[in-house]
Design a protein around this ligand. Sequence first.
Ligand code: ZN
Length: 165
Amino acid sequence: MSNLDTVAAGRVVSMQYTLTLDDGQIVDKTEGEESLDYLHGAGNIVPGLEQALEGQSVGNALKVRVEPDQAYGAHSNEAVQDVDRSAFPEDAQLEVGVTFQAMDQDGNPILGTITAMAGDQVTVDFNHPLAGKPLNFEVKIVAIRAATDEEQSHGHAHGAGGHEH
Ligand code: ZN
């Protein structure tokens, strides 16, 4: 048996964190005593952060910089596409900055953001909003526990701070 005070696969980790981009913009953070619970080793968080947390202990605070290839991937120019206005529903509110859900070639849901409009041509960026961006995490590990069998089979943490269903 390894010590349950360290982060390892099959354990639910509660952490407080702030995610900041290089320009200082805060993308996401836990507030006050609130924490995010995730199942370690299940791909619930970006790979670079999951690797950095492996073996860390309760109470540890760390800063982790994750490059795009260990986060949401590089920004792909091929994922920026010009779409004819007729491809959208007639009543769709089309303007720059609007995000909508579409299907990729495999039928999986994918988010698109309108980045430009000219005449009947709508330019849509299907990259993840954080693609191509290094992520700066400040993390404090507040608790670690063994995952339940149900959590293991679902592949995510349950309860406060985790998945609710
Ligand atoms: Zn579940």
